[in-house]
Design a protein. Structure first.
Length: 376
């Protein structure tokens, strides 16, 4: 059944209005810093999805997860360009033509590459903006510390450059392991990350935390790094990616997962994370505005393993926030309400991600955005 379509209304003028949130001196500033990692809410030229197929771990539930990807594709491509990476271009194109409106399909480009899996957030380019144009940083992806095979996924960025999918200068950082889900940027020189992930085994040993901080500052042109030392989700394979726990939002806001159930296994760590977030200060020395997101109710796989359902794993696109939902109406609605507080100028769009958490990820993990001027 085709997904109902409403005509995109976004214009360049609409996008540039959102620059007021890419703060330099205050929430209404429009100055753009030289060479910086833009915030996710900076105007975008497109988003990447790496499509699931039968040779990935999605094979047992391929119809269900494909349905979720179709919904993500629709919500992205009706607002901006969508890049799909797949080893099966003709098959995916036929599926899109069948399931999505033609006006949406026209906003999608497909590019062939062999893939191990689908987590574009972690194998995709990290894009800097410079006075000379975009710089596309290609970091090493090694399956979250060599937990899973990732050799094919680690080549996707180079294949995209060979196929001239993007505008920008390629920059090789393959000597350093860094996943996009492990960092957050406010667009103004602050990076939020977690020590549990960046210091995890098989990432960048024998580098120390000080070494890694210096490397992040140098490669991402950051002025400061905020290290979260607490927080985890049961079933998470990433060693606590920050995008599952706490997210930088416009106007010095952090949206984060809050656990209020003292009997929940996450309570202690998420409470310590909340207390640490309260100590963080902006570059101007002010406390962050904190917006708590509810803890999703426990969900389990067929073996009884708890799955890492998190409302923090949302994707910001032009004029909207795509929010994962988990078939929990009251909590889904509460999360939507809280995200609207963090993004008062964005439409909050729920996408059922119950299939995604079966493989221990969610919506943000599947996507990688590119700022304005990058996607051809």
């Amino acid at each position: 059944m085709a997904i109902r379509f409403s005509k995109p209304t976004t214009t360049i003028e609409d996008l540039t209005r959102t620059l007021r949130f890419d703060r330099v001196a205050g929430p209404e500033a429009t100055e753009v810093r030289t060479t910086h990692l833009p915030a996710e809410w900076y105007p975008q030229s497109g988003v990447q999805l790496t499509w699931p197929h039968a040779d990935t771990d999605w094979a047992p539930i391929l119809p269900q997860v494909t349905g979720c990807y179709l919904r993500m594709a629709y919500e992205i491509a009706r607002r901006e360009r969508l890049i799909i990476i797949t080893p099966h271009v003709s098959e995916v194109k036929a599926l899109l033509d069948e399931k999505l409106p033609s006006a949406v399909v026209a906003n999608i480009s497909l590019h062939e590459a062999p893939t191990n899996d689908t987590w574009a957030r972690d194998h995709g380019f990290i894009t800097l903006l410079t006075e000379q144009g975009p710089t596309l940083l290609d970091f090493c992806f090694n399956g979250w510390g060599e937990k899973f095979e990732a050799a094919l996924d680690n080549q996707i960025c180079r294949r995209m450059m060979e196929q001239q999918v993007l505008r920008g200068t390629y920059e090789d950082h393959l000597d350093f392991v860094l996943e996009g889900g492990s960092i957050e940027s406010d667009g103004c020189g602050t990076i939020l990350t977690t020590s549990q992930c960046l210091l995890a085994p098989h990432r960048n040993q024998p580098l120390t935390q000080a070494d890694i901080e210096e490397r992040l500052k140098r490669s991402l042109h950051a002025q400061r790094i905020l290290w979260l030392d607490h927080g985890y989700l049961a079933g998470d394979d990433t060693d606590s990616h920050v995008d599952t726990l706490a997210r930088l939002c416009p106007c010095d806001t952090i949206a984060y997962v809050q656990c209020l159930d003292t009997e929940d296994e996450h309570y202690e760590e998420l409470h310590l994370m909340e207390e640490q977030l309260k100590t963080f200060r902006t570059a101007e020395g002010e406390p962050y505005r904190l917006v708590p997101l509810p803890m999703a109710a426990p969900a389990y796989d067929e073996d009884g393993e708890r799955l890492p359902a998190t409302y923090a794993n949302f994707l910001i696109v032009n004029e909207a926030v795509l929010m994962p939902t988990y078939g929990q109406p009251e909590l889904d609605a509460q999360a939507r309400k809280q995200l609207q507080l963090a993004f008062p100028h964005h439409e909050i769009v729920g996408i059922d991600c119950q299939a995604l958490i079966i493989q221990h990820g969610s919506l943000h993990c599947c996507t990688m955005q590119f700022p304005l001027g990058v996607v051809k």
